[in-house]
Design a protein around this ligand. Structure first.
Ligand code: BES
Ligand code: ZN
Ligand code: ZN
Length: 503
């Protein structure tokens, strides 16, 4: 699909559908929309004044103007009340318009550059939200449908943004380029998560990382179990020992040429390609969902691809420790003690608290990069879903400035995050009688004690933040720009943070 821009007035648009946004209780039409309304004989004003179209969030209304416009379909898209307006409303509206066009089987869609214009949001962030919303909303995953990978009957060939000044057009053009990289990063993450556990294995993730590296100019190294053992990754390997599927520790590196002394940021993503719980087996109900236990790794792969394509002027390293967590005759058992790469010993209380075990060694491994900051993402605890539900990611860390960066990026992207404390009193809960640490601190504050456990493995004097995406990586709801299933959470958030990075 091509997204293009042109400077003709939207009343001149010849696309199969023209979409305009309206606010609820809007007193006056914006200049652009008023011109369209005038051209088609006041149809818009009529349906609004009669109350047929109330412009509620996500409401749409299709008109067939008889004359005056060059397009034959005019779609009114509701933006809700002005006082409740947000970039997420706009992402939803963009997604709504695109999905409407697709579902009608149409080939082209036009939106005015002024779509959703309102005081409070600048052109750049507004256009960004529309473009990301459209791209994310059109996502489908049909690879396992025997009817074929038909792209969900999407016949859209062209989307046009029309009617801006030359200066506006420049901004829009840059945003179109950016959106392509970002949306494809999000969709890559969603694809990886959507693939079932028998396809998206650690070796599969490694092959995706390798081909991405080749295509977009990243450095890629994949450690197998032997190499992990040489490095002393006893914690990571203890999870891998129960399955016959070989584990992989994936390393991707984006190192922009010419620039020296750029900050180094390490991104770490948990990639348990299926979490059965191991010997501490999970209940059968909904266990199939645990294919999404590699969403942190998927977000890191999506973000690394996007970094490379956008040529971000930072040194970014992606680490993706990947294995299955299965029970077997050689699986890890409760009560076992394992030694992590850092030398710390861990008493296993539950083999289902495996995410922190693979992340521990990834955190130790990151030391070699002398990072300015480390951010890890993981579907780490069910407790996080209890605490924050499905609408916010939990963030914790040892450096408030880094946590603040993530919170700011969360606000801007709609991948919202909320901070939890890592006070020392919580750290007491993971002290073991027999080893240095135990991998579970009981049910209270389960998300925080998991964070405290990870903190023990962060290289000294290094800023680190942990994001628990257990509640946000998978959506049971179908939102316009986040269809049911894998959300791709974290990709846009990480990219926004890296774009705004100042060391
Ligand atoms: N992958 C799960 C966490 C999870 C639960 C993610 C629900 C998404 C939805 C993780 O490995 C796990 O099982 N954690 C345990 C930890 C407990 C044993 C301390 C949990 O949350 O129950
Ligand atoms: Zn688990
Ligand atoms: Zn898990």
């Amino acid at each position: 699909m091509k997204i293009s821009i042109n400077d003709e007035h939207i009343a001149e648009c010849r696309d199969e559908l023209l979409a305009v946004g309206l606010f609820q209780d809007q007193k006056r039409l914006s200049d652009d929309v008023a011109a369209v309304d005038k051209a088609c004989g006041g149809m818009i004003k009529k349906v609004v004044s009669r109350g047929d179209f109330k412009a509620k969030p996500n409401q749409t209304f299709l008109l067939y103007p008889q004359a005056g416009l060059k397009t034959s379909r005019l779609l009114l898209v509701g933006l809700g009340k002005k006082e409740e307006y947000s970039l997420d409303r706009l992402r939803e509206a963009g997604a709504g318009a695109a999905r409407f066009t697709r579902d009608m089987g149409l080939a082209s869609l036009c939106l005015p550059v002024s779509f959703g214009h309102s005081r409070g949001f600048g052109l750049q962030e507004r256009v960004r939200a529309i473009l990301e919303g459209m791209g994310m909303g059109l996502y489908v995953f049909r690879e396992y449908k025997s009817s074929g990978n038909d792209n969900g009957n999407n016949h859209i060939k062209r989307i046009t943004m029309a009617g801006g000044s030359p200066a506006d057009m420049k901004v829009v053009r840059a945003e179109i380029k950016r959106a392509e990289c970002v949306v494809q990063g999000v969709c890559l993450a969603r694809d990886l998560v959507s693939h079932p556990g028998n396809s998206a294995t650690p070796r599969y993730l490694a092959s995706v990382a390798r081909s991405m590296a080749k295509k977009y100019g990243l450095a890629c190294k994949v450690l197998d179990e032997k190499q992990a053992e040489k490095l002393g990754m006893g914690s990571f390997l203890s999870v891998a020992q129960g399955t016959d599927e070989p584990a992989r520790f994936i390393v991707l590196e984006h190192r922009p040429r010419l620039k020296k002394n750029v900050p180094t940021v390490v991104l770490i993503g948990k990639a348990i390609t299926f979490d059965s719980g191991g010997i501490s087996l999970k209940p059968a109900a909904n266990m199939e969902e645990m294919k999404y236990d590699m969403s942190g790794g998927a977000a890191v792969l999506g973000a690394m691809q996007t970094c490379a394509r956008m040529r971000l002027p930072l040194h970014v390293v992606g680490l993706v420790p990947s294995t299955e967590n299965l029970p077997s005759g050689h699986a890890l058992k409760p009560g076992d003690v394992v030694t992590a790469m850092s030398g710390k010993t861990i008493e296993i209380i539950s083999t289902d608290a495996e995410g922190r075990l693979v992340l521990a060694d990834a955190l130790s491994y990151s030391r070699r990069y002398k990072p300015d900051a480390i951010v890890d993402l993981a579907t780490l605890t069910g407790a996080c879903v209890i605490a924050l539900g499905n609408d916010a990611t939990a963030v914790m860390g040892n450096d408030q400035a880094l946590v603040d960066k993530l919170c700011t990026a969360g606000e801007a992207t709609g991948d919202r995050v909320w901070q939890l404390p890592l006070w020392d009193c919580y750290g007491e809960l993971i002290k073991s009688d027999i080893a240095d640490l135990k991998n579970v601190g009981g049910r209270p504050a389960g998300t925080i004690t998991a964070g405290c456990f990870l903190r023990e493995f962060v290289p000294e004097n290094t800023a680190w933040a942990h994001m628990d995406i257990a509640g946000t990586a998978w959506s049971k709801k179908n939102r316009p720009h986040v269809p049911k299933g894998a959300t791709g959470v974290g990709v846009r958030l990480l990219i926004h943070m890296l774009e705004k990075w100042q060391s």
